[in-house]
Design a protein around this ligand. Structure first.
Ligand code: KG4
Ligand code: ZN
Length: 340
C-alpha cells in the first residue's frame, strides 16, 4: 500500500549520490565526491570522475539504504540522472540504475539533472506552489524558470546566462586568485574577511534597456582578472579576501535582484533558489533580505541538498511515480547535452 520507495542515483559530474524518497519524504541519502582527485588539475577530469563513480556507486547506495534503515528489497522504483552532464560519468549511473531496476524487477525513470535540483526544494518544506519562480545556479547553468507541476508541465525559461554560469565565474576567478578548486566555496570562505566595496566590479545586464532576466558573467570574470593583473603589474599581490568579497557581492546582487524582479513582474509569491551556488552565504543572505522586503516567500534547500546528490533525483522519481508517468524503456540512454 502507498507509494513505493524510490532509489535515486546521481553521477553527472564529480559527485556519486544515492537517495531514498517516498511520498515526498527523504528517508536517507549518501554522497561520495571525487573532488579531491580533480583538485590538482584545477577542474573535473571526466575520465577520473567516471572511474570514481564506478568505485563509489555500490557503497554509496548501500550507505544510503543503511541510513534509511532499509534494504534493497524495500526499493520499489529507481530513478537516475540521464543528463546533462559528463557522458562517461552519466553512463556509470545509468548502467547501475538499470542493474538495480532489472534485478529488483522495479520500474526505472530517467531524470533531468536540473529538474533534480528544483525537486531538491520539495524535500525541505514540502511541495512547491504552482507556479513558482526558480533560480537555478550551478557550475553549468544559470537560469530563471517559471515552474508549474514538475512531473507534468514543461518548465518555462524566463532567462538564462548568455555566456558563463555563475558557478563557472566563481571557479574561474578563484583560479585567477590562486584559490583551491572548487572555487565557489573557497571564495565564500575568503570573502568572510574581505571588504566587498574595496574592488569595483560591474553588474552585467542591469541597465534599463537590458533583458531583465538574462545573465552574463564572462565580463565580470574579465573585470576581476584585469584588477588582479593591474595589482600584480604594480608589484602588489592582490588582496584576495577583498576581491572574493567584491566578486561574491556582484554575483549575488545580480542573481537576487533579477530573481525578485521576475517574481514581482509575474505576480508570483514564491522564489526557489537551487543548485551549487545556492550554497553561497551572500546569495542566501541577499535573497532572504530582498524576498522579505518584497513580500515573497523564499525556499532554499539546506546546503547538502543544494549541491549534487541522489536525493534530488529520487525526489523527481517520486513525483513521476505518483503522477503515473510511463517508466523509461529498457534501452534508456544518457543525454549529456540535454536541454531543460
Ligand atoms: O550544482 P553543482 O553541485 O554542480 C553542477 O551541476 O554544476 O554546482 C557546482 C558549482 C561549482 O561551480 C561551485 O564552485 C559552486 O557550485 N559552489 C559555490 C558554493 N558552493 C558550491 N559557489 C559559491 N559559493 C559557494 N558556497
Ligand atoms: Zn548540479
Amino acid at each position: 500500500a502507498g507509494s513505493p520507495v524510490v532509489l535515486g542515483i546521481e553521477s553527472s559530474c564529480d559527485e556519486t549520490g544515492a537517495g531514498l524518497v517516498r511520498d515526498g519524504v527523504l528517508l536517507g541519502q549518501a554522497v561520495a565526491s571525487s573532488m579531491d582527485e580533480h583538485a590538482r588539475y584545477g577542474g573535473v577530469v571526466p575520465e577520473i570522475a567516471a572511474r570514481a563513480h564506478l568505485h563509489a556507486m555500490a557503497p554509496v547506495v548501500d550507505e544510503a539504504l543503511r541510513r534509511a534503515g532499509l534494504t534493497l528489497a524495500d526499493v520499489g522504483a529507481v530513478a537516475v540522472t540521464t543528463g546533462p552532464g559528463l557522458a562517461g560519468a552519466l553512463q556509470i549511473g545509468v548502467a547501475a540504475a538499470k542493474a538495480y531496476a532489472f534485478s529488483l524487477g522495479v520500474p526505472l525513470y530517467g531524470v533531468h539533472h536540473l529538474a533534480g535540483h528544483v525537486a531538491a526544494a520539495t524535500l525541505d518544506g514540502g511541495p512547491l506552489p504552482d507556479p513558482c519562480v526558480v533560480l537555478i545556479v550551478s557550475g553549468g547553468h544559470t537560469s530563471l524558470l517559471l515552474v508549474r507541476d514538475l512531473a507534468r508541465d514543461p518548465v518555462v525559461h524566463l532567462g538564462d546566462t548568455l555566456d558563463d554560469a555563475a558557478g563557472e565565474c566563481f571557479d574561474k576567478v578563484a583560479r585567477i586568485l590562486r584559490l583551491p578548486y572548487p572555487g565557489g566555496p573557497a571564495i565564500d570562505r575568503a570573502a568572510r574577511d574581505g571588504d566587498r566595496r574595496a574592488v569595483r566590479l560591474p553588474r552585467p545586464l542591469s541597465g534599463p534597456n537590458d533583458p531583465p532576466y538574462a545573465f552574463s558573467f564572462s565580463g565580470l570574470k574579465t573585470a576581476a582578472a584585469r584588477w588582479v593583473e593591474a595589482q600584480r603589474a604594480a608589484g602588489t599581490e592582490p588582496n584576495v579576501p577583498d576581491a572574493a568579497a567584491a566578486l561574491q557581492e556582484a554575483i549575488a546582487d545580480v542573481l537576487t535582484r533579477k530573481a525578485v524582479r521576475a517574481c514581482l513582474d509575474h505576480g508570483i509569491g514564491t522564489l526557489v533558489v537551487v543548485g551549487g551556488v545556492a550554497a553561497n552565504s551572500r546569495v542566501r543572505e541577499l535573497a532572504e533580505r530582498r524576498c522579505a522586503s518584497a513580500g515573497i516567500t523564499l525556499r532554499v534547500p539546506p546546503l547538502r541538498l543544494c549541491t549534487d546528490n541522489g536525493a534530488m533525483v529520487a525526489a523527481v522519481g517520486d513525483l513521476l511515480v505518483r503522477a503515473g508517468a510511463e517508466p523509461a524503456p529498457a534501452d534508456l540512454s544518457v543525454d549529456p547535452s540535454a536541454p531543460l
